[in-house]
Design a protein around this ligand. Structure first.
Ligand code: ATR
Length: 269
């Protein structure tokens, strides 16, 4: 029998998830299919009401359904803190859900910069949608975290939500001297956007610099960090590792993020 999992969103056509999961199905010889499931927002309640009859083992959830979906499942602690989910599975006969982005980010740090675990103080640039899960996971990992954002009020709201401190964007040069881990969650440095113009000179030797932007893979920020001899973490790791969470819930073990998978995803960038 073929196990069916998939992605619920609107739209879902451009997802890399079928490729990522397809790689693991092949590698581990699993008879399964990852389906794209476009569900209009007006149909989401019905989708979850009928989930049990559809023969699906679990689903990932993407825009615009991540918050609404949280209302349809039993939330794990991360899902409850964020009130947003991207991974759904069956547990004790009921639907359960979590957000895997933070775990994916942490797994990516562990893979590309294992020494980050000795970091005590983190500085996160950006307080948009992509920043929430990252900040929550870093606080959960025990970091003393400062968040700065161009519009400072967003940083203050996010800091209050996750238990971090908010400072002004103009404070970045002073804050760098105190940061063992610097993370960019803004869109700066992404193809078609301005680069992130931050002088990394004040960062302590041994600091880790991570960018969640993966297009391009080597952002100007990561290039500057590498030029300073600092360990860098690219955004591809988070993109792929977050998918391991659903895979483990549905198939019972954590799949490996191998070089072949990275290469396949890089080819789509
Ligand atoms: P996403 O959901 O992808 O994170 P977003 O919510 O629009 O997208 O957030 C984009 C992030 O990049 C925000 O932190 C944004 O800062 P503002 O909240 O002040 O808009 C940040 N950003 C975008 N352009 C920027 C720029 N030119 N300078 C500084 N920050 C910028």
């Amino acid at each position: 029998m073929v196990t069916r999992v998939g992605l619920v969103g609107f739209p879902v056509a451009h997802s890399r998830s079928p490729m990522i999961f397809g790689h693991w199905f092949e590698r581990y010889d699993i008879k399964a299919r990852y389906e794209l499931l476009p569900v209009h927002p007006a149909e989401l309640d019905r989708f979850f009401a009928e989930f049990g009859t559809m023969g699906l083992t679990g689903v990932n959830v993407t825009v615009p359904h991540k918050i609404a979906a949280a209302g349809h499942v039993r939330l794990d602690p991360v899902g409850a803190r964020l009130n947003s989910i991207n991974t759904v599975w069956m547990e004790d006969g009921a639907l359960a859900g979590t957000s895997s982005d933070g775990a994916g980010f942490i797994a990516s740090l562990d893979e590309q910069a294992p020494d980050w675990r000795s970091a005590k103080r983190g500085l996160v640039l950006g307080a948009g949608g992509a920043s929430v899960a990252v900040c929550d996971a870093l606080i959960d990992a025990g970091l003393d975290l400062v968040i700065v954002n161009r519009r400072q009020q967003r940083a203050e709201l996010l800091a209050a939500k996750v238990g971090a401190r908010a400072m002004a964007w103009d404070d970045i040069p002073a804050l760098l001297g105190e940061a063992d881990l610097l993370v960019n969650t803004t869109s700066l440095g992404m193809d078609g956007h301005e680069p992130l113009k931050v002088d990394l000179a004040p960062l302590p030797a041994g600091a880790v610099v991570a960018d969640i932007v993966y297009n391009p893979l080597r952002t100007p920020l990561l290039e500057a960090a590498a030029a300073r001899g600092l360990t860098t973490v690219d955004g591809l790791g988070m993109l792929i590792h977050q998918a391991t969470v659903g895979f483990e819930k549905w198939f019972g073990f954590r799949p490996e993020v191998d070089a072949a998978l990275r290469a396949k995803v890089v080819a789509t960038l």
